[in-house]
Design a binder for this molecule. Structure first.
Ligand SMILES: *Cc1c(COP(=O)(O)O)cnc(C)c1O
Length: 412
C-alpha cells in the first residue's frame, strides 16, 4: 500500500464531519470539479453527462462553471431544470435510444433538443413535433470500453443509429431539424482508436451533406484510478477531434462547434466514500475487513471489477504506519458473496496490503465521484446515505440520509 493519493481535507475536519453526519457518507470536493472543467476549456461546449453524478447541487456547480448538461431520462431533465439549466435552449440535451410518451410530451413542452439513438424515435418525434431540433447518435460499427459493459459501439451495442441513410430519409420525411452528429462509443481512451472514431465521424458527415451546427465527441475520458495510471493527454485528444471538426466544417461549408460530453472525467476524482470498519475477521488464514458500505452504495467493483484506491483514517490519534501491513480482502455488509470491493473483472477476489487497522477506524474509497452515488440502490433495504460537499472550505450537506420510514413509505 502506498500513500500517494491524498484527501483534500484535514484529518481533524474529517473526524468532526464524521461525528456530525455519521458514516457511511459521500464527500465531494468542489475545487476538483472546477479544475477538471478547466482542463477541457479548449472545447467549444462541455456537456456534463449527469448520469455520472446527478445531485442537483453538483449540477448547480457545473452550471456555475459554464458547462451544459446531458440528460438520459425525464428524471434527469427535471433535475437539470431544478439546478437552473434553461428550457427552450441548448442547455439540456436528451440522449437515449427510446423515448416514452411522457418524456416525449415534456421534451416537446420544454423544447429540448433530442439526441436520437433509434429509428423508432425519429418516427415518434417526427409525428408529434415538426422542426424539432435533433442530433443523430451514430454507431460507427465498432466500440471501445474499459469493460464489455461500458462498450457502447459495434454490433453488440444497443446504442445509436446503425443505418444513417435510413435515418436521414426519415428526418427529411418528417422535416426534423438535424443540428448535430454525436458519437459516444465507450469509456477509456486509446489514441489509435480515437483516429478511427474521428474518421468514421468524417465519413458519416459526408453522407449527410446538410448544414450542421455541432459535432460531439461524446464522453469516455478516463482518470488515473491507480497510482500507476497515467493522466490522459487532453491536448492530444482535443487536436484529433478539432481536426475532424475542421474537416467536416469545410466539407459541409458551415460553421460548427465541437462538444465534449464527459461524465467520469469531471467528477470521479472529486468524490470520496467514507466507511467504518465494523469487523476484522479471519476466515481460515485469510483476513476480511468488513465495512459499513456495500455494493448497494458502490457497485463498480462488483459490476465491472473496478479498482478504487483505499486510504485509512484512524478513529483516534494513532499514526498509521504504511510500511507495516497485512494482506486483507475488503468487503461490505450485504447478504451476498459478491459484496467485495477487492475483486477483478472475472469476479475473483484478491487481497490488498493494509496497514494495521482497528475496529472502528475508517476506510475511505477514492475516485468514487462518478458512478458512485448515482448507481446506488436500496438493496438489502438499506437507506440512501448522505452527500456532503466541501466548497470554499465550507461543509454543505447536499443530500440528507434517507430514513427507513421514507424508504418504506412507497409501499404503505
Ligand atoms: C455515459 C455517457 C457519457 C459519459 O461517459 P463517461 O465515460 O463517464 O465520460 C457521455 N455520453 C453518453 C451518451 C453517455 O451515455
Amino acid at each position: 500500500m502506498n500513500i500517494l493519493k491524498k484527501i483534500p481535507v484535514k484529518k481533524k475536519k474529517l473526524l468532526s464531519l464524521i461525528k456530525k453526519y455519521k458514516t457511511p457518507l459521500w464527500l465531494y470536493h468542489a475545487k476538483t470539479i472546477k479544475k477538471q472543467i478547466f482542463k477541457l476549456k479548449k472545447f467549444n461546449i462541455i456537456r456534463f453527462a449527469q448520469k455520472a453524478c446527478s445531485n442537483i447541487h453538483i449540477l448547480k456547480l457545473m452550471k456555475k462553471y459554464g458547462t451544459k448538461v446531458d440528460a438520459v431520462s425525464l428524471g434527469e431533465i427535471e433535475r437539470a431544470i431544478k439546478a437552473g439549466f434553461k428550457k427552450n435552449s441548448n442547455d439540456i440535451i436528451y440522449t437515449s435510444d427510446i423515448i416514452d410518451n411522457e418524456t416525449l410530451r415534456k421534451v416537446i413542452e420544454y423544447n429540448i433538443p433530442i439526441n436520437i439513438g433509434s429509428i423508432d424515435m425519429i418516427k415518434k418525434i417526427g409525428k408529434k413535433s415538426k422542426n424539432h431540433k435533433i442530433w443523430i447518435r451514430i454507431n460507427p460499427g465498432f466500440g471501445h470500453g474499459h469493460n464489455k459493459k461500458t462498450n457502447t459501439g459495434g454490433k453488440n451495442s444497443k446504442h445509436g443509429i446503425w443505418n444513417t441513410k435510413l435515418a436521414l430519409d426519415l428526418i427529411k420525411k418528417y422535416k426534423l431539424n438535424l443540428i448535430g452528429l454525436h458519437m459516444h462509443i465507450g469509456s477509456g481512451v486509446d489514441y489509435r482508436h480515437l483516429k478511427k472514431v474521428c474518421n468514421a465521424m468524417i465519413q458519416e458527415a459526408e453522407k449527410i451533406n446538410c448544414k450542421l451546427s455541432y459535432i460531439s465527441a461524446g464522453g469516455g475520458l478516463t482518470i488515473p484510478y491507480k497510482t500507476s495510471d497515467k493522466e490522459i493527454n487532453i491536448n492530444n485528444y482535443y487536436e484529433i477531434w478539432e481536426n475532424a471538426r475542421k474537416r467536416i466544417s469545410k466539407k459541409l461549408n458551415c460553421k460548427m462547434k465541437l462538444e465534449i460530453e464527459p461524465g467520469r472525467f469531471l467528477v470521479a476524482e472529486s468524490g470520496f466514500l467514507i466507511s467504518k470498519i465494523e469487523s476484522i475477521k479471519e476466515v481460515d488464514k485469510r483476513k476480511f475487513i468488513l465495512v459499513n458500505v456495500g455494493f448497494n452504495e458502490l457497485i463498480r467493483p462488483t459490476l465491472y471489477g473496478s479498482y478504487h484506491y483505499i486510504s485509512i483514517l484512524p478513529k483516534d490519534n494513532r499514526k498509521i504506519n504504511y510500511l507495516d501491513t497485512f494482506e486483507a480482502i475488503i468487503g461490505g455488509p450485504l447478504c451476498e458473496s459478491g459484496d467485495i470491493f477487492t475483486q477483478k473483472k472475472d469476479n475473483s477476489i484478491y487481497t490488498i496490503k493494509i496497514p494495521k487497522v482497528k475496529y472502528g477506524d475508517y476506510i475511505i474509497f477514492h475516485d468514487v465521484g462518478a458512478y458512485g452515488s448515482s448507481m446506488s440502490s436500496n438493496y438489502n433495504s438499506r437507506p440512501l446515505i448522505p452527500e456532503i460537499l466541501i466548497k470554499n472550505k465550507k461543509i454543505i450537506q447536499i443530500r440528507r440520509r434517507q430514513t427507513i420510514e421514507e424508504m418504506l413509505s412507497l409501499e404503505i
